[in-house]
Design a protein around this ligand. Structure first.
Ligand SMILES: Cc1cc2nc3c(=O)[nH]c(=O)nc-3n(C[C@H](O)[C@H](O)[C@H](O)COP(=O)(O)O)c2cc1C
Length: 283
């Protein structure tokens, strides 16, 4: 492992997320360089949903994304760390996740690199869906998720001094260069996700890979059974490539149906009064 990229989704300098990433790096005996990205340092615009990146092989928004794509391609492994903000991960993680289509031309360069995730929450039990956000991020960017943990720490530095935290960081360090740590059952048999929506009649949907499954409770515990769907997003490298192709194919579907679609949308154009910012930046 030559280069580990720490992706820090907290704007707070020398806060718990930054320290967590650095402490994990310190605990990895294998020689490596630690590169760090604090997402809030970057000018990252919101994806505008134009899909042009699928055809031009780069995003048309003029911002710092190319630096980040380059860092992802150069890295051999990732540590992704995000603080809970309002029961989910800090928004910088989602802003970058939404730009994932601009990485489509780099699937082969980024596929399957080992990664560990950290979700830091200030209040015990109040992490909300932060871990789901972090896991989703690692899957979207086609990482080989070795482990993902929630750690509680509020004040900057508590990540180190709060009892039990160092052993979690140690586990993550070991996992990054070693074997996968499977989340406890019940977990999704397809993606190892541990968050589910209950659909009724013992059916659940995994909130990570979005596949539907059945919950089975027995004396040995609760298990989820699920099967791949016909359209997967990231379970294999081929799935990721196929999904990219499917997205690109939507262009011709749009061209074929453009007239009908315009007829549906046109009547909505003038409804309502838009409130606009005083000075609109041109994108
Ligand atoms: C705006 C904001 C919202 C937060 N929301 C939550 C939350 O929903 N749940 C929680 O447990 N902690 C919450 N926290 C606390 C942070 O997750 C916690 O302090 C964390 O250690 C910050 O990481 P950092 O030191 O790397 O910035 C919030 C902090 C801020 C600033």
């Amino acid at each position: 492992m030559k280069q580990i990229l720490g992706i820090i989704c907290s704007p707070r300098k020398l806060g718990n997320n930054e320290i967590a990433v650095k402490e994990i790096s310190r605990r990895i005996s294998e020689h490596h360089a630690l590169k760090l990205l604090r997402l809030s340092d970057f000018n990252l615009r919101l994806c505008k949903g134009c899909y042009l990146c699928l055809f031009k092989n780069h995003c048309v928004l003029k911002d710092d994304l190319p630096v980040i794509i380059d860092a992802f391609c150069q890295a051999d492994a990732f540590i992704v760390s995000a603080p809970a903000y309002c029961l989910g991960a800090n928004a910088s993680l989602k802003v970058l996740a939404d730009r994932v289509l601009a990485f489509s031309g780099h699937v082969k360069e980024i596929w399957g690199k080992p990664a560990v995730g950290i979700s830091v929450a200030g209040l015990e039990g109040k992490e909300g869906f932060t871990k789901l956000n972090v896991d989703n991020f690692m899957r979207l960017f086609l990482m080989n998720v070795k482990a993902s943990e929630i750690i509680y720490a509020a004040l900057p530095g508590e990540i180190i001094i709060k009892e039990g935290n160092l052993s979690i960081l140690d586990r993550l360090a070991t996992a990054l260069t070693g074997d996968v740590i499977e989340p406890a059952e019940p977990r999704c048999p397809l993606c190892k996700g541990d968050t589910f929506r209950f659909l009724g009649d013992n059916r659940v949907r995994c909130m990570l890979c979005s596949n539907e499954g059945i919950v089975e409770a027995s004396d040995s515990g609760v298990r989820i059974h699920a099967q791949r769907s016909s359209h997967e997003l990231f379970l294999s490298e081929q799935d990721a490539m196929d999904h990219g192709q499917w997205l690109a194919g939507m262009k011709s579907k749009y061209q074929d149906n453009k007239t009908d679609l315009k007829a549906v949308t046109a009547p909505y154009k003038e409804i309502g009064e838009w409130i606009k910012p005083e000075k609109r930046e041109k994108i």
